[in-house]
Design a protein around this ligand. Structure first.
Ligand code: MN3
Length: 218
């Protein structure tokens, strides 16, 4: 079964004015959709990998034959990262986490403000296109990270991402032009901390953060 573009968890105009419908119309409908299409093309003939859910596929990219590996990294990463990114945002969101996730952030970073500073710095200092991340190990210890292109920590570590921010210019150019720091500040108004808390609980329980089977509705 081929991978499919998952439904957005909200309507295309639900995040306005912080995230424009016009941005989503190309970022989701064109860019994300192209990653899904090209991923399916790259997986043709790879029987051992074609039926894996996207999160499991990310953990096995090292095993993919060399001539197809980079295409799966780029387009599988593009599919996974954007799926998490949409899920991480919501209308009437922002603020700060509560409960177990808040405790884990305080333990790892000292305070929410310090976490926000480190995560923002990861996004601001990613040279060129890439992503900023909040990740957890199996014990629940949190850390921030940044990656280039469409890479993510599933590809080369045992950690799992629970929050991500797209810092490719296509993610924010219509609203913020070249002002990446302004986009980063706006992103924090869009973070759905309830979704991140659920991602954290799933990761700690050894479950998929993005539970997306190929061909299944999101
Ligand atoms: Mn993008």
């Amino acid at each position: 079964m081929p991978h499919t573009l998952p439904e957005l968890p909200w309507s295309m105009d639900a995040l306005e004015p912080n995230y424009l419908k016009s941005t989503l119309e190309f970022h989701y409908s064109k860019h994300h959709n192209a990653y899904v299409t090209k991923l399916n093309g790259a997986l043709e003939g790879l029987a051992d990998f074609a039926d894996l859910p996207i999160e499991e596929l990310m953990t096995k990219v090292k095993d993919i034959p060399a001539e197809k590996r980079q295409a799966v990294i780029n387009n599988g990463g593009g599919h996974y990262n954007h799926t998490l990114f949409w899920q991480n945002m919501g209308p009437n969101a922002g603020g700060e986490p509560t409960g177990e996730l808040a405790d884990a952030i305080n333990e790892a970073f000292g305070s929410f403000e310090e976490f926000k500073k480190q995560f923002s710095n990861a996004g601001a200092t990613q040279f060129g296109s890439g992503w900023a991340w909040l990740e957890t190990d199996a014990s629940g210890k949190l850390s921030t990270n940044k990656t280039a292109n469409q890479d993510n920590c599933l590809m080369d570590s045992d950690r799992k991402p629970i929050l991500t921010m797209d810092v490719w210019e296509h993610a924010y150019y219509l609203e913020h032009q070249n002002l990446r720091p302004q986009w980063i500040e706006t992103f924090f108004k869009l973070v759905n901390w309830q979704a991140i808390a659920q991602n954290y609980a799933n990761a700690k329980a050894g479950k998929a953060v993005i539970d997306l089977q190929q061909g299944a509705a999101a």
